[in-house]
Structures are given as structure tokens and as C-alpha cells.
Ligand binder design. Sequence first.
Ligand code: TXA
Ligand code: MG
Length: 333
Amino acid sequence: MQKLGLRIFANKMAIIGQDISQAKNFLKAGKLVAIPTETVYGLAGNALNTAAVASIFETKNRPSFDPLIIHTSSIERVDDFVGEFPEPLYKLAKKFWPGPLTLLLPRKSNVPDLVTSGLEKVAVRVPDHPLTNSLLEILDFPLAAPSANPFGYISPTTAKHVQDQLGEKIPYILDGGSCQVGLESTIVGMENDQLFIYRLGGLEVADIEKIVGLVQIKNHSSSNPQAPGLLESHYAPRKPFLLGNLDELVSNHLRGKKRFGVMSLSKTFKDVKVEYQKQLSPSGDLKEAAQNLFGFMRYLDEQNIEVILAEEMPVEGLGNAINDRLKRAAAEK
Ligand code: TXA
Ligand code: MG
């Protein structure tokens, strides 16, 4: 009996492949497909089909107050579902699309309420991944896609991460290898004439400011109605995740009974088993650290340890966005 059960289980996993016409057929039929992007893998469905969008929320176990990002293949196609493109945001799009930038823009009435959780603005981006961009080009609708992880857990940066957690629930995963950026997109919008960053991400604040001047950062939590998805606890491993002075955390834990793992930028610890410690970037490169972050969090979460110890990154460039994810991983659940 058990064997049979296992076999059925195995058959139900998603197909992993690189066939965009197969992906297109599933999407046209209202089904969901996981797609690679330069930031993280997305769980995609037809953004203009309410039933498909509803099944995204259901598959991720995501609360419906947390709106989705619409992905399209070019700046021109944004007109299909966006009413107006304010000049400063258009400049950013021109400069950084395709890329890890999401813009909040006034939506047209063909965008289902469920996509925006009833908000008047819709989040939009043109991702930068050859496979996904070719798929978007052959579709006659845009794709709504949150990160392809169960709500609150670490975002996936490989097809295997998606298979491990959502493989039983979706028919197809488009395999585009490891994500090059590794952090979600930076979210930018406007209120009156002021530009705001609502989520720090793969595009650095300094690069944005070079194009549009100073922006304000409003990167926060459940109390921020503009980005209700940015809950305090997010991107979180299942194991307790402690963030602080790593030398102190490690020496305290060496005296205790709990098995622990360590995630540092570049430090190594001679008294900790090699397989229980991960260096995000041995040379201290924050771009490499961002690429490795979610994969290493998952790796440590799967080891035979009880707690993960970690340290913040230098407060510069991508270090800010990485620290944001580390703090959410460490936040009380
Ligand atoms: O890099 C990314 O952005 C990835 C890839 C797949 O594109 N997607 C992603 O989606 O990170 P998700 O759903 O995990 O995060 C989307 C964030 C949420 O925090 C949500 O609250 C915010 O975008 N958001 C979406 N629509 C919004 C809107 N209309 N107003 C304010 N915030 C919005
Ligand atoms: Mg997410």
C-alpha cells in the first residue's frame, strides 16, 4: 500500500523543463507555471483571469490582502493594463527594465481586484530572464507572479526549491537555472510628487537616485498600507534564526547544548562543523552574498541543527536589502 502511495505521490510532482510552448499551454488553460526571473522564481498565472489569480493565492496559502506583481515583456505592453505612466517612473522603467525594479502604477479596469487587493495602483515589472521573457512575448496576456514559495517562507532561487515546496500543486516549472540577483525586486512608487521605495531589493537605491534624485524609503511592515505584504516576519526559515554579533552568538552557543548552524558574510569558525557553516561571500562581495542568501538559508534550515546564527551585512549597496531580509527572517513569528 505504502509503495503505491509513494508512486502516486511521485507522479504528481511538477514537470521541470525549458519548453515555453508547453508553459504557454498550461497558462492559457488557466493553470499555474513557476517561472525563473533574475530575482527569484515566480508562481505565474494569467493576470487578467480572476480564477487563475485566485489559484495563485490558494497555492501559496497567501492572504488576499497581499497584492501581486504583474510581469510583462516590454514597457510598451504596460499600456494594456496601466492608465497613466508618471514621468519619473517612466524614466526609471526606461533605464532599468528589464530588471529588478517594480513600479506602482494606476491600473486600468481590466486588472482584477484580486491582483491589487482592491488598491488603485498595480505593481508592474519587466523581468530579465531570457526564458521568461520569451514566454511573455508569446503570450497575449501578462502574468501575475508572487515569489514561488509558501507564504512567509524563504523565496526560491532554483527550480528545485520550487519543486520541493510547490511541486505537488503545479503542473510545470520552467527551469532557468539559479537566479542571478537572488533578492526580490525593489518596489518604487509615487505619492503626490514624492517618490518612495516600498521594498528594498535587487536594484540599489543609489542607482535609482542617480536617475530621479532623492527618494524616500518606506520599507516597512504590516502597518504600511502601500505594501501590505511586507509583514515583519517574512522570508523566514522554520528554525529559529538569531541575528547579532556572530562571535558572541557562536561562543555562547558553543557552551550550550543546542546544535547550531552559522551564516556569516565571510568569517569561518574553527569550532563549528564545516557543513553547518555557510559564508555568503568569502571575498565580502555583497552581490555574491545576495545570490547565495536564500539558498543558504534553506540549506541550513534543512540540516540537523536547532538554531541558525547569522550576522548583518555592511550597511552599503545591496547590504541594506540583505539586512532587510535577515531581519524579517529573525522576526518573531
Ligand atoms: O522580484 C520580485 O519582485 C519577485 C519576482 C517573482 O518578480 N516577485 C515578488 O512578489 O517578490 P511577491 O508577491 O513575493 O512580493 C510582492 C510585493 C508584496 O510585498 C506586495 O505587498 C507588494 O509587492 N505589492 C504588490 N502590489 C502592490 C500594490 N498595488 N501596492 C503596494 N504594494 C504592492
Ligand atoms: Mg514573496
